[in-house]
Design a protein around this ligand. Structure first.
Ligand code: BTN
Length: 252
């Protein structure tokens, strides 16, 4: 992979041993002005990996990838932040697809699944300055060489899908290259970015079990709107857009 030019995603790479959470390390480094836009903080081990909705993220030291990308998006407004979810999820999806024969899709908002099993998760944390995003930390966890998961979690890894061990560095490089590609589309390719996200949206057009305000309902995900809300067709034929505050996929 050619060296990255200053300011590009991954041009500044900070490799750490054991940390609580790379998202936390990234936020600390931003506060200390030690990192620039595009910096990547990678850890061999996370002792307090954070997941979505206050959950923890488990990974195996030396076997999996845990890293955070620092973004300083300039003029992006807080209400536009879903585009960063699209960028990150597509970058990870493309990378995972290189190693897997199964279908690799994005489960709204930004889980990456191989068939029905989760292989990667993304946690985005933002600092605001008025209505603008001052800095954003995109935390990415990919199950690369792990082969054992809690029984109650439908998870998989690149190794399990690929059939042999996978090089962590190559996976990281691939994600960063795709990240740069999709991030570049924020300037003039937003429609194509949304189209790519829609193309890979898990369960699109299929009936799925959802929880709406805690109630189990059946709905067909169709698309995502500009605010990142999932557009769903319900059994009564009505289509409505809901955010994560009200809607989620029912746990299986
Ligand atoms: C999820 O699916 O729940 C999101 C998981 C995000 C995990 C990554 S690992 C690197 C970064 N640091 C963290 O503490 N969390 C994210």
């Amino acid at each position: 992979m050619p060296p990255r030019t200053a300011g590009s995603i991954g041009a500044q790479k900070i490799v750490l041993g054991s940390v609580g959470s790379t998202n936390k390390s990234a936020a600390d480094l931003i506060r200390l002005s030690k990192v620039q836009h595009g910096a990547v903080i990678v850890a061999n081990e996370q002792t307090e990996g954070r997941g979505q909705r206050g959950r923890t993220w488990q990974s195996h030291p030396g076997l999996d990838l845990t890293f955070s990308v620092v973004l300083m998006p300039g003029n992006l407004r807080a209400e536009e932040q879903f585009v960063l979810s699209q960028v990150a999820a597509l970058a990870v999806r493309d990378t995972v697809a290189e190693y897997c024969a199964g279908e690799v899709r994005i489960k709204w908002p930004n889980d990456v699944l191989v068939d029905r099993r989760k292989v990667a998760g993304i946690l985005i944390e933002c600092e605001l300055e008025g209505e603008r995003l001052r800095s954003v930390v995109v935390g990415i966890g990919i199950n690369v060489n792990s082969s054992e998961f809690d029984e109650d979690i439908a998870a998989t890894s690149l190794r399990l899908e690929h059939g042999s061990p996978v090089d962590l560095e190559l996976v990281l490089d691939h994600v960063l290259e795709r990240f740069e590609h999709y991030y570049g589309m924020l300037r003039s390719g937003r429609e194509q970015l949304s189209e790519a996200y829609r193309q890979w949206l898990w369960a699109r057009g299929r009936w799925a079990d959802l929880l709406l305000d805690g109630q189990l309902v059946s709905g067909r995900p169709m698309d995502v709107d500009a605010h990142g809300r999932l557009l769903v067709e319900f059994e009564d034929g009505k289509v409505a857009a809901h955010g994560l505050d009200r809607l989620r996929f029912a746990p299986r």
